[in-house]
Structure formats: structure tokens, C-alpha cells
Design a protein around this ligand. Structure first.
Ligand SMILES: Cc1ncc(COP(=O)(O)O)c(C=O)c1O
Length: 411
């Protein structure tokens, strides 16, 4: 009777070099946290870990918002929570769409009963602030949403201008910082942002499964006093706030204890590195990688004035089989990168310069592997030009650093 037990081999994951747009590889302290003894989710030890994690999240987001916490679930949980908590049936949501994730925000807002007005820009371009201004004129929008770093294109936004415009119209601004938080400057108060949410698995370099989010005081007041209850009980940010910060730590869900330990350690490492130093590290490895690509005559997709430092989008040269290159990178070098999404499937590579994966070793390895694999398909020849150009960037940065250190020493 019953089912025979399946015979399954012990899990033995391969070691990969993760250079896609997340997940990234994990620092040893984060891996170690995943195998630490588990406690209950209301154990005094764990509550203390939550308190420290909230403090570290405030540093990550450079904010004094009390409600800085992490939701169970991936970045999509943050996206759904931000929209569901602000929109009430019949509200207008002005949604900036210049890639796949902006379009996803529009879909979620629609599903929550919003009247959605889209402000669009072509993939690869930022949102034009004038277009947002026009969309808001003569409308009482409850919410404006935008994606700080569009992972589908590698484009960032003129955030301060967009934030100013949304603020002038009294709309709550929701900003998706999934692909930028921990890697590029994210300053919620300078953007007038009501809610910013991210994800653990990109520039933070924790495992996927939790979504850091910060909500300002005025927005939290609105959520707790809104006329209709938040339609999605599990993602009600008032309930999450009570578990994280109310004196009684009111039970809402069984926290994913090992994931919070891992997030704590990832955030502690960010504080140790210093957030500005971390942004500078991402910018340096981006510059070196881009210099290498340009030396190989590869073209970038994103508008040069609005490129993310944490994600590089590359046009696949004519005659090159996009998927074959990715497959060979994985099989022969253990390197993961991603392809294009939506209309750019088969025409773009997307490389993450993110968190623990943003390193000199990875940049040089990927450039040399790419050069060889492209030559195999008749594109260029493996002369080492890519690595030489990256090295030149690294040497220039090292010389600048020594000059600055010498100046500081004599000052
Ligand atoms: C900008 C952006 N927003 C939202 C998401 C969704 O995050 P997740 O896949 O963790 O649910 C992603 C995922 O890549 C993203 O890049």
C-alpha cells in the first residue's frame, strides 16, 4: 500500500561564479549564519537579532524611519506590499514604466483596484520628469511608483526630480530599489519617498527570501488609519510593524529565522565596509568591466547618462548566439550571467556587478572567458584586450587611492 519512497541522491550544488542580476555569491559569515542554531521567532535572542537588523537596515537605507524591517518573501513581496498598503479601490496610481519591473508594478496596482496611469519611456531610457509632471497635472494621484534601477535594461532614474514632482502633488512615492540597494546611493528622504523596498539576494548578498523595506512615519500613519483595511492581510505593513517594533511584539508570522540571521550578517558586513565605500567598490568594478567590454568593441544597451553601476546590459553582436555563450560560460567556466527579458530575449546579456560577486577576480575572469567564447563564434580574437583595459582602470584607481592616502597622511 501507499507510495514507494523516492531514491534521491544527497544534495550537492555546484560552485558557481554568480554574475547575473542575483542571487550573488555569499560571504562566509552569511553562509555560517545559515547553519547557526535556530531559535523560536519570539525567543529573546531572536528579538534582539531583529532589533539589530532594523538598526542595520536604517543604516542601509540611510534613514531614520522607525518602520525599517524585512518582509518574508522575495523582492516581489516588497512590491506587492508597497502597492497594496497604499492603494484603496478607485485610487489613481501613476506608474513609471520603462522596463519589465515597472510594467509589473502597473499590473499589481491594477489588480489592487487602482486606476492606473502609465508614464512610459522606451526600454533603455530613463523616465522624463516632464512626462511625470504632465501625467500628474489635474489629477489627484494617491501613489506614484518608479523603479530606481531597471534590472531589465540597466537604466537608473533622475530620482530627485521624480521625487520632487510626486511630493509637490501630495502623492506617496514608492521606489523599487531591488537592484540598487547596497550597491548604489539610495537616499529615501532626498527622494521624498514614502516606501522603498529591496531584496536580499542582489547587492546585499544574503540568500533570496526576504525583502527589506522602509516606510516613513506619515505613510505608516496613513496605512494604520486608512478607511478600508489593507486587502492583503499577510502583507499588511501595520501588522509587520507591530511584530518588529511594538512593545508586545505581536505575533504575525513565524519569521524565517535563518534568513534573518543571514540578513543580519550581510548587513553587518555592509556597515563594516561603510556604505559609501561599498557604493565606490561597485562603481570601480563597473568601470573596469565596462572598459573591458568597450575594448572588445561590445556595445552597451543603456542610456550612457543613466547607467546603473550594479547591472551592465550588453547588446549581443550580430551573428552571435546569445544563449550559446551563456551556456558555455556556465558549463566551461561555472559563470552565470543572464539574458535579455521580454522584447530583448536573445538580444542582450545582463551582468550583475553586485555585492560579494563584485570583485576584481570575477571581472577579470568573466572578461577573459567572454573574449574566448565570442572568438569561438567568429567575433573578435582572444588577444586579452578586455582584461588589459580592465587592468588599466584598476591601476588608475590604485594610483588615485595612493595619492589620496599620501595627501591625507601629510595633511
Ligand atoms: C527591479 C526589480 N524589482 C523587483 C524584482 C522582483 O524580485 P524577486 O525576484 O526577488 O521577487 C526584481 C527581480 O529581479 C527586480 O530586479
Amino acid at each position: 500500500m501507499g507510495f514507494d519512497p523516492p531514491h534521491v541522491a544527497e544534495l550537492s550544488p555546484p560552485q558557481r561564479v554568480l554574475m547575473g542580476p542575483g542571487p550573488t555569491s555569499l560571504p562566509p559569515a552569511v553562509l555560517q549564519a545559515l547553519i547557526a542554531p535556530i531559535t523560536g521567532h519570539k525567543d529573546p535572542f531572536f528579538l534582539h537579532v531583529m532589533d539589530e537588523t532594523a538598526e542595520l537596515l536604517r543604516y542601509l537605507f540611510q534613514t531614520s524611519n522607525e518602520a525599517s524591517l524585512s518582509l518574508p518573501g522575495t523582492g516581489g513581496a516588497g512590491m506587492e506590499a508597497a502597492i497594496a498598503n497604499l492603494i484603496q479601490p478607485g485610487d489613481t496610481a501613476v506608474v513609471c514604466v520603462n522596463g519589465l519591473f515597472g510594467a509589473r508594478m502597473a499590473e499589481i496596482a491594477r489588480r489592487h483596484g487602482a486606476d492606473v496611469v502609465q508614464v512610459t519611456a522606451p526600454w533603455g531610457k530613463p523616465i522624463d520628469p516632464d512626462d511625470l509632471r504632465k501625467a500628474l497635472a489635474g489629477r489627484k494621484a494617491r501613489v506614484v511608483t518608479t523603479v530606481h534601477g531597471e534590472t531589465s535594461t540597466g537604466v537608473t532614474q533622475p530620482m530627485e526630480e521624480l521625487g520632487q514632482i510626486a511630493g509637490d502633488q501630495g502623492a506617496f512615492l514608492v521606489v523599487d530599489v531591488v537592484a540598487t540597494i547596497g550597491g548604489m546611493p539610495v537616499i529615501p528622504h532626498a527622494w521624498n519617498s514614502a516606501i522603498c523596498y529591496g531584496a536580499s539576494q542582489k547587492c546585499i548578498s544574503a540568500p533570496p527570501g526576504v525583502s527589506p523595506i522602509t516606510v516613513n512615519l506619515e505613510t505608516m500613519d496613513y496605512i494604520r488609519n486608512r478607511a478600508t483595511p489593507v486587502p492583503c492581510w499577510y502583507l499588511d505593513l501595520g501588522e509587520h510593524r507591530n511584530y518588529w517594533f511594538a512593545k508586545e511584539r505581536i505575533y504575525h508570522h513565524t519569521a524565517p529565522v535563518p534568513l534573518i540571521y543571514a540578513l543580519h550578517e550581510a548587513l553587518r558586513l555592509i556597515a563594516e565596509e561603510g556604505i559609501e565605500a561599498r557604493w565606490a567598490r561597485h562603481a570601480l568594478h563597473n568601470r573596469a568591466f565596462v572598459a573591458g567590454l568597450e575594448a572588445m568593441d561590445l556595445e552597451l544597451f543603456a542610456d550612457p547618462n543613466y547607467r546603473m553601476t550594479t547591472l551592465v546590459s550588453i547588446n549581443v553582436p550580430n551573428g552571435v548566439d546569445e544563449a550559446r555563450v551563456r551556456g558555455e560560460l556556465l558549463r566551461e567556466y561555472g559563470i552565470e550571467i543572464s539574458g535579455g527579458l521580454g522584447p530583448y530575449a536573445g538580444r542582450m546579456w545582463r551582468v550583475g556587478i553586485m555585492g560579494h560577486s563584485a570583485s576584481h577576480n570575477n571581472v577579470v575572469l568573466l572578461l577573459s572567458a567572454l573574449e574566448r567564447l565570442l572568438a569561438r563564434q567568429g567575433y573578435g580574437s582572444p588577444t586579452g584586450a578586455g582584461v588589459a583595459a580592465a587592468d588599466a582602470e584598476y591601476s588608475a584607481a590604485a594610483a588615485e587611492y595612493s595619492a589620496a592616502a599620501a595627501q591625507a597622511a601629510v595633511a
